[in-house]
Structures are given as structure tokens and as C-alpha cells.
Write a protein that binds this ligand. Structure first.
Ligand code: C2E
Ligand code: MG
Ligand code: MG
Length: 699
């Protein structure tokens, strides 16, 4: 049973089959119904003929026997009835008189007087005086009244005529009909099947197309011209497929293409590196991943605006692509082409599937650097950029996209550190220092949270009499295992991890609080605070300083902000904008490590500063190195011309002090007076210094 069921259900899975079977079923049912109708109407017709014939025969007999009844001639009657029933279409007959007394019966040789004819037909015929019919078991029973010539009812004739002929004819007709039906089926069923097949063929096409679309390709289109719903369906299907197709392409673009430059994005690049490195490992070949980071892009982007910045990125992308294409062409047709991608921001990457030597890579990188160094024309402005390139070679520097990118990125950072517009190959030692940096950053995060930071203060003294004139707050990190760490160990990490914002805010608040506390106890000394580039360039820097001053109660004149020369020169206009509102309130500004940068003098004279802090490297070497001495002289002369104060940093010996005093520096700061010390020690130092001063004055 089960196999039959599964066979049927498999069979019925085809629509054509289903419809063909249904059509066949309907045709057979229709033929059967027609046959039934035809047969029954045939039978009715036949019956009517038979009844009429039987009636006429009975009536004829009735007319013939009327005289014999009146004469009571039983023998003649008997003879007549015997003759009558000899006919093939009469079974039996009998004659009764008007009182239903049987006179003769065809089945009995002897007359059958006295028995009463009980047949209800006989009763009805005698009662009504008319011929009566009835069919019982395929036999026509007729009762015809017998009238004398005078019209008196004298008896009744009863006949039985079999309907064999009719049944035989019916059977014959049925056979004929069935034969006709079978022949018709044999001709019509294949026709119907073909019709169904052709009508449903578009559905088959649709099914196949849907199957292909779902498993292989969306590149299928249907051509159905039936003019009916199937055509509508096929057209809708075609439209649906092309929409899915274009949506998929869009999704692919969004997922794998960088919208600004039209270059492959990070994900696409990662996948390609994965594929290429796997192949390189299998085929034992060498390739490279380059990490490219634009120099100065942020500044250009800020001054041009986002839209122009995007255009600039587009131009850079175009140049990179051209250089890469040139490189591919120079290598001939063999091998896969290189891929340029944009990771985001001003970071690009380049995958070179196959390289011959690191010298080849170095030359390629240099071409890129040269190409990006040429000026860009952005809306009529000439823009100069640089690019730092890091190269990681696979498989030796890593065989996974992540490690390769990380290594190329580290190498790029080294190129950037060495001043930018340069290339650097990855070296294993970079990885180690990067790991240390990572640990450091995590620890620094905890340091901020766990109050491990503290401030030391170093006095600044008047050059002429050594009396204290102010302090510089210098941050220290009380590291749980390494002890007290100087800023050189962590400020860079703080800047790169973004933690400098938090640290800077804390230093500013702490220094202001301390200076305000001292001022309230009579120790009125200006406090200098170092501010890093990132901290200074954050929007709202000036507001933040003013808010801190207000909250700590430190008069603005007692705060001095130290910016390194490199910050001051990065974006002079921005510096002026940030500094001016604070200077207007009385806050002082100093250029720290002055002399180490490459400031243009014309800019410097326009910068709103109050103090130059001469870098300790010049102070240290001025006695032996005439060049250093010349630099110090120039700075002091410049300060005098601009009416600025000067602080000489790193004064360690009385000779240095004497020389600086001679040159006319205003203040000195250095180990000769005091190292940076905790707040309490600084306070003792300052009070002692002021007391000495008072004593000296009164003496
Ligand atoms: P700086 O602002 O130029 O600070 C002076 C540095 O010179 C201090 O180093 C100080 O200890 C050192 N110094 C002072 N006198 C002498 C001397 O006679 N001989 C020698 N050899 N060194 C002397 P420190 O504290 O290690 O700070 C280093 C740098 O870290 C600072 O240079 C400053 O640029 C930065 N820094 C310090 N504290 C902070 C801070 O709170 N925020 C930021 N952003 N930077 C800070
Ligand atoms: Mg400083
Ligand atoms: Mg300094």
C-alpha cells in the first residue's frame, strides 16, 4: 500500500499529470452520464413502442373473441388463445368474462371455469371499461375489455408480452456506447494531455527559472507569450528577479566598496588578502601588504571642509590606482594585479600578490610617496600632502589578513614617527614594542580610574636674585609595580589612546586647585600647566579652562599654559583663536621647548604669547657649543624685541646660570634650584625662598 501511495504522490507532483488525470476523470464521468441518459431515454422509447404493440394485440384479440364469448364457445376461445400465444412476443394470455370468471388460459389445455381472475389490471379494466397496462419484471401486462357488437362489456383479455427484445436492444446500445466512449477517450485523452501540457508549459518554465534563480544565478529571464495570467506572472517574475539582482548588487557595493573613492573597502580587502595569502602559502611565493596613511590630511580636511576633503581623498585614490596599474604593467602580464583599498579616514592599503624582492617593494613605495607629494588642486587651491607607507611581506610577516595589516600599520607608524613621507618595512621588534604599548595603555586607563596620578612642582626663579617666581606642574604616575614614572614613559601613549583628554583635565584642575589653595594661604605664585596638542585642539578647550578657573577660584593671571613650539606652529590661526579669549581674561601663555621646532619668525611675531621657554638642550650645550649659544642669544634678543619674558629650562650649574644672566634671561628653572617635588616640599621651598627674599630686603 505504502509504495503505491508514494508512487501516486510522486506521480501527482507534476501539475501536468494532475491536470491530465483530472481531465480524464471528468471525461469518463461525462461519458458515463451521457450513456446513462441515452440508455434510459432509449429504453423509454422502446417501452412505449412495446406497450403500444402489446395493447393493440390485446385489443385485437378482444375484438376477435367477443362473438365466441357471447356464444360461450369455449373450444374456439381455447383455440384462439393457443394460436395467439404461439407468437414469439406473447408469453401467456387468458380470457375472463365480465364477472371475472376465467374462461380460457393459454397455459392450461383445459378450460378453467369458475376460478376468479384476481389480477388488479383485470379489475381496473373491467371497472373502467378501458385497456390497462403495467410492466412487471420486464413483462408488459395488458388487460383489454371485450365488448359485444352491441357495445356491452362481456369480458376481458389479459396478455403478457416479454420485453426481451428491449433488454437485448438496451444491452446492444450500451455496448455500442461504451465502445464509442472508449474510442473517443483513446483519441481525446492524449489530445487533452497535450493541451494541458502546452497550457502549463510556462509554469514548468517558471519552476525551472525559480529553481535556477534560487540556487545558481539570477541571470534567468522568462519569455511567456500566452496573453493570460501566466504571462502576467512571468513578467512579474522577471521584474522581481531584476530587482533582486540590482538590490544584491547594491548590497554588495555597500558591503564591499568605499563610497567616497569607489575603491574596495576594508572587508573586501581583507577577503582578497585572505585568498592571496592562502595561495602564496600553497605555491610558496611572496607578496606584500602596504599600509598607507596620509600626512597632514586632518589639517587640510579641517580647513577645506568635509566635501572638499572627500574630493581630495578621491584624487589620492586615483593617483594610487594609477601608480598600482603602472606597477602591474611593468611586471608584465603574468601574475595577479595589485589591489588598492581604502580602510577609512585617510588610511589606504595596497595588496601586491607577488613580489620579487624587497628592493622592488621599496621602489614601488617610493613611487607612491612621490606621486602623493605632487600638489593636488582642490577647487583652485594647491594642497600639499605627504604619505607614510608601512610594508609587511607575506608569508614571513604573517599569513592572515589581520596580522599582516597590523604589522604593515606598525611599520607605517614608524615611517610616520620618522617625520612622515617615508616608507618602512615591518620588523619583529615593532611588534614587541606595540605589545608593550598595549599593556601600557590598559594600565594607564586603570591609573586614571584608580587615582595613581599625582603632580610634582618645579620652581621657576628670578634670574637676578634666585627668588621663587612661579611653579611648573609636572605629572607623575605612581605605577603599582614600576614605581614613580615620569611623563616621558606615558604621555605619548596617553595621546595616542585618547586618554590625554582625561589626564589633561585632571592635571589642569589639580594644579589650579593647588595654586588657589596656596594663594589663599598667602603663597601667591603663578602655576604653569603643560597642555598637549590633542588636548589643546579639542573643541571647547578655552571654555573648559575658564570653567576650571571659576570652579577652583584661581585668578586667571596665576595660570600659565605651556604649549610646545610644534603645537603653536601646527595651525597658527587656530592657536590664535583658542588662545585669545583666555589671554583676554588674563591667562598667560608660554611656548615650551622653544628652539627645537622650525618656527617661521614672521609667524612667531604674530603669535599671542607671553613667555618663551628656552629648551634645555641649548642651555646644556651653550657653554661648549657656539651654535647653541647663538640660538639662545637670538631667542633672548627676539623676546626682548617682542617684550616677552623668558624662562631658561634645565639650568643645572652656576656657570649656565651666570651665562644666561649675562644674556638677559628673565627666569630660570632647573635642578640647580630644585628638581620637580611633591606639593608639600615645593611649599616649604617656596616659603623659605620668599622669607630669604624678605630678609634680604630688610637687611
Ligand atoms: P617640559 O614641559 O619641558 O618640562 C620640563 C622637563 O624638564 C621636566 O621633565 C623636568 O623634570 C625636566 N627638568 C627640569 N629641570 C631640569 C634639569 O635641570 N635637568 C634635567 N635634565 N631635566 C630638567 P618631566 O617632568 O619628565 O616632563 C617631561 C615633559 O613631559 C615635559 O617637558 C612636558 O612636555 C611633559 N609633561 C609633563 N607633565 C605634563 C602634563 O601634565 N601634561 C602634558 N601634556 N605634558 C606634560
Ligand atoms: Mg613644560
Ligand atoms: Mg620644556
Amino acid at each position: 500500500m505504502a509504495p503505491l501511495h508514494s508512487l501516486i504522490s510522486r506521480f501527482m507532483r507534476s501539475l501536468t499529470m494532475k491536470f491530465t488525470v483530472m481531465t480524464a476523470f471528468l471525461m469518463i464521468a461525462t461519458a458515463a452520464l451521457l450513456m446513462v441518459i441515452e440508455n434510459s431515454s432509449d429504453r423509454q422509447e422502446h417501452e412505449a413502442v412495446l406497450i403500444e404493440r402489446a395493447g393493440m394485440q390485446a385489443q385485437l384479440l378482444a375484438m376477435n373473441v367477443s362473438e365466441d364469448i357471447i356464444a360461450d364457445d369455449i373450444d374456439r376461445l381455447q383455440a384462439r388463445i393457443s394460436r395467439f400465444t404461439e407468437r414469439a412476443d406473447i408469453n401467456e394470455a387468458f380470457i375472463a368474462d365480465a364477472r371475472r370468471q376465467m374462461l380460457v388460459h393459454s397455459n392450461t389445455a383445459d378450460p378453467v371455469h369458475s376460478s376468479l381472475a384476481t389480477d388488479p389490471l383485470v379489475v381496473m379494466a373491467l371497472g373502467s371499461g378501458e385497456t390497462r397496462f403495467e410492466i412487471r419484471d420486464d413483462v408488459v401486462h395488458v388487460a383489454a375489455p371485450i365488448y359485444s357488437s352491441a357495445g356491452r362489456l362481456t369480458g376481458v383479455v389479459h396478455t403478457q408480452s416479454p420485453m426481451d427484445e428491449l433488454v437485448a436492444a438496451g444491452r446492444e446500445a450500451l455496448k455500442r456506447h461504451m465502445l464509442t466512449a472508449v474510442v473517443a477517450m483513446l483519441i481525446l485523452l492524449p489530445l487533452a494531455a497535450a493541451l494541458v501540457y502546452f497550457s502549463l508549459r510556462p509554469i514548468g518554465q517558471l519552476t525551472n527559472a525559480a529553481r535556477t534563480a534560487s540556487s545558481k544565478s539570477l541571470d534567468v529571464r522568462l519569455n511567456v507569450k500566452t496573453g493570460d495570467e501566466l504571462e502576467v506572472l512571468a513578467n512579474a517574475f522577471n521584474r522581481m528577479l531584476s530587482r533582486i539582482d540590482s538590490n544584491l548588487k547594491r548590497i554588495h557595493r555597500l558591503a564591499y566598496v568605499d563610497m567616497i573613492t569607489e575603491l574596495p573597502n576594508r572587508e573586501r580587502f581583507r577577503k582578497e588578502v585572505e585568498r592571496v595569502t592562502r595561495k602564496a602559502v600553497e605555491e610558496d611565493t611572496t607578496g606584500a601588504v602596504m599600509f598607507l596613511d596620509l600626512d597632514r590630511f586632518k589639517r587640510v580636511n579641517d580647513s577645506l571642509g568635509i566635501g572638499e576633503g572627500d574630493r581630495l581623498l578621491e584624487m589620492v585614490a586615483r593617483r594610487l590606482r594609477e601608480i598600482a596599474r603602472g606597477f602591474d604593467l611593468s611586471k608584465g602580464t603574468q601574475g595577479e594585479p595589485s589591489m588598492v583599498a581604502r580602510l577609512g579616514g585617510d588610511e589606504f592599503t595596497l595588496l601586491v600578490p607577488h613580489i620579487e624582492s624587497s628592493a622592488e617593494m621599496a621602489r614601488f613605495a617610493q613611487q607612491i610617496i612621490n606621486a602623493v607629494s605632487r600638489p593636488f588642486d582642490v577647487s583652485g587651491h594647491q594642497v600639499f600632502l605627504g604619505i607614510s607607507v608601512g610594508v609587511a611581506v607575506f608569508p614571513q610577516d604573517g599569513a592572515e589578513p589581520e596580522s599582516l595589516l597590523r604589522h604593515a600599520d606598525l611599520a607605517m607608524a614608524h615611517a610616520k614617527d620618522s617625520g612622515g613621507n617615508a616608507m618602512h618595512f615591518f620588523e619583529q621588534s615593532m611588534n614587541e614594542s606595540a605589545f608593550e604599548r598595549l599593556v601600557l595603555e590598559n594600565e594607564l586607563r586603570d591609573a586614571v580610574k584608580n587615582d595613581q596620578l599625582t603632580l610634582f612642582y618645579q620652581p621657576k626663579v628670578r634670574m637676578n636674585d634666585g627668588v621663587i617666581a612661579g611653579s611648573e606642574a609636572l605629572v607623575r604616575w605612581n605605577h603599582p609595580t614600576s614605581g614613580l614614572l615620569a611623563p616621558g614613559h606615558f604621555i605619548e601613549a596617553a595621546e595616542e589612546s585618547g586618554l590625554i583628554g582625561e589626564i589633561g583635565d585632571w592635571v589642569l584642575r589639580e594644579a589650579c586647585q593647588q595654586a588657589a589653595a596656596w594663594a589663599s594661604e598667602g603663597l601667591i605664585l603663578p602655576a604653569a600647566v603643560n597642555v598637549s596638542a590633542m588636548q589643546f585642539e579639542r573643541p571647547g578647550f578655552a571654555d573648559n579652562v575658564l570653567e576650571t578657573l571659576e570652579q577652583t577660584g584661581l585668578p586667571p593671571e596665576l595660570l600659565e599654559i605651556e604649549l610646545t613650539e610644534s603645537i603653536a606652529m601646527r595651525d597658527p590661526q587656530r592657536v590664535i583663536d583658542q588662545v585669545q579669549p583666555l589671554r583676554n581674561r588674563g591667562v598667560k601663555f608660554a611656548i615650551d621647548d622653544f628652539g627645537t621646532g622650525h618656527s617661521s619668525l614672521s609667524y612667531l611675531t604674530r603669535m599671542p604669547f607671553d613667555v618663551f621657554k628656552i629648551d634645555q638642550s641649548f642651555v646644556r650645550s651653550m657653554s661648549q657649543d657656539p651654535h647653541s649659544r647663538a640660538v639662545v642669544d637670538t631667542i633672548l634678543a627676539l623676546a626682548k624685541a617682542l617684550k616677552l619674558k623668558t624662562v631658561a629650562e634645565g639650568v643645572e650649574t652656576s656657570e649656565q646660570l651666570a651665562a644666561l644672566r649675562e644674556e638677559g634671561a628673565t627666569l630660570a628653572q632647573g635642578y640647580l634650584f630644585s628638581k620637580p617635588v611633591p606639593a608639600e616640599d615645593f611649599e616649604s621651598y617656596a616659603r623659605a625662598s620668599l622669607e630669604d627674599d624678605v630678609a634680604a630686603a630688610s637687611a
